[in-house]
Design a protein around this ligand. Structure first.
Ligand SMILES: [Zn+2]
Length: 467
């Protein structure tokens, strides 16, 4: 009997020891948010990788192979369909709030983000976005303001003292009250080295606190779309690489927390620009792949989470009773709808497009319509009618969506492009559908049961033993 008790006790100690060992705390956390990224965006991107003659089929959506999958609800406190401010707040703080509220509850009281809590526990923090550094999603991790207070949000970015901040630019870098400092001055005052573009980062890396922005100092919008970007320009992948390098270097820290936002999946989906949205999802995926490469080097210490704040556009794969999809057509669109619109606008003003044949050639070069994608007579007649109305008769009413105004001809051509690929869109805004969730790495299993966006930071808190 005594022997039995001894053996049982030993077994109990071994089980307890193993349990303690397995309940590890991740040292490195990557929190990747595809703004506006739905299940359909992810699926279309994977279909494009498989059938779009893209890098010989070598690439894939890396997070589709992550072992933990879920779907999360995104609704705001006061709306079934959310916005990036309320959704960002839920993802950063674990609390539902009202639309347009960032890091504050419906009562306007400040909420605490997991990024700040981890900073206070001695972790390095990086906040990275392809949008403006003081737009809603990144802001939810450091600020407590209404969304339209971009200048004040920007100030809170510097106050956060996070180690690495990266984005396109500042939305509203100047104060309304001129006695207040300009944001660039404020960041320098707070100890940040401001690197403008990849070359400046290379020259100044190793600085204590870094703010990495696009080289274009006049920019107040998001980075140029991936599809329009020129070689050497700042992109999300570069920012993530720089962020990993900067944060991993800080040996005095316990580890790091990095938020990575693919902001322009949303910006491209508002105007229902499929190819641009897919290319943005590709860039986001490549950035997640950098985190995955890091995980492979530190598999027992790294946790990667991938999700979205909400779905944008109501993208569906299949439309109008058709089951036929042509993902390879995504290859043929060469510029974004926004760039096509600007091109048509300027050519209209200079009188360069003075015939339907010339117009058709420009559309074909930039979208693949006619050249690579068959267009029937009725479809061409519709585009031609739009040409006569808006270019010949100069009766141009622009299509207005949240972030853009498009030339009607660009809008018609890009809508036809989606139809030809075989996808549908239901809205120029967000939808209330569930969004995807994926995780891999240290303690990823603990995220198996997340089904609401607030569960994600709350589970991170449990894993990191934060009260
Ligand atoms: Zn949006």
């Amino acid at each position: 009997m005594k022997q039995f008790i001894k053996k049982s006790l030993l077994l109990f100690v071994v089980v307890l020891f193993t349990a303690t060992l397995s309940a590890k705390t991740p040292k490195y956390i990557f929190y990747c948010i595809g703004d506006g990224m739905s299940f359909a965006h992810v699926t279309m991107t994977q279909l494009f990788y498989e059938h779009g003659n893209y890098n010989d089929g070598q690439e894939s959506v890396v997070f589709l192979d992550f072992p933990v999958h879920s779907a999360v609800r995104t609704h705001a406190n006061n709306s079934f369909v959310t916005c990036s401010a309320a959704a960002g707040t839920a993802l950063a703080t674990g609390h539902k709030t009202n639309l347009e509220h960032i890091g504050i509850g419906p009562d306007k009281q400040p909420l605490t983000s997991i990024a700040k809590q981890l900073r206070d526990k001695g972790y390095g923090v990086g906040i990275i976005t392809s949008g403006q550094i003081n737009d809603a999603t990144p802001a939810a991790f450091y600020a407590s303001q209404m969304r339209n207070e971009s200048y004040l949000i920007g100030k809170e970015g510097a106050d956060s003292q996070f180690d690495f901040l990266a984005g396109s630019a500042w939305k509203q870098p100047l104060p309304k009250d001129l006695s207040q400092p300009r944001l660039p001055d404020y960041y320098r005052e707070k100890g940040y080295t401001i690197c403008r573009g990849p070359q400046a980062y290379e020259a100044q890396k190793g600085s204590d606190k870094i703010l990495l922005l696009d080289a274009d100092t006049t920019l107040t919008s998001w980075l140029p779309y991936y599809i329009d970007r020129k070689p050497g320009q700042l992109g999300l992948e570069f920012m993530v690489q720089a962020g990993i390098e900067t944060l991993y270097d800080k040996k005095q820290k316990k580890g790091f927390f990095m938020m990575i936002e693919g902001a322009s999946i949303d910006h491209a989906s508002h105007p229902n620009d499929l190819a641009t949205a897919i290319q943005e999802t590709i860039e986001f995926n490549r950035s997640v792949r950098l985190a995955y490469e890091f995980y492979k080097k530190h598999p027992n210490e790294t946790l990667i989470i991938v999700t979205a704040d909400h779905e944008t556009g109501g993208l569906t794969i299949g439309q109008n009773s058709s089951l036929v999809i042509y993902p390879e057509y995504v290859n043929y669109q060469k510029i974004s709808k926004e760039a096509l619109s600007k091109l048509i606008s300027s050519m209209r003003q200079t009188g360069e497009i003075d015939s339907w044949e010339k117009t058709k050639k420009i559309l074909a070069q930039n979208t693949g319509l006619w050249d690579k994608i068959p267009v029937n007579e009725a479809e061409e007649a519709q585009l031609m009618q739009c040409y006569y109305k808006t270019i010949v008769k100069k009766n141009s009413e622009k299509e207005i969506t949240l972030y853009s105004q498009s030339e009607p001809l660009a809008a018609e051509a890009i809508a036809l492009f989606s139809k030809k690929v075989g996808v549908g869109w239901t809205t120029f805004s967000h939808t209330g559908s569930v969004v995807p969730f994926y995780a891999i790495g240290c303690e990823a299993d603990r995220f198996k049961s997340v089904n609401d966006n607030t569960d994600i930071p709350n589970t991170i808190r449990k894993v990191m033993k934060i009260k």
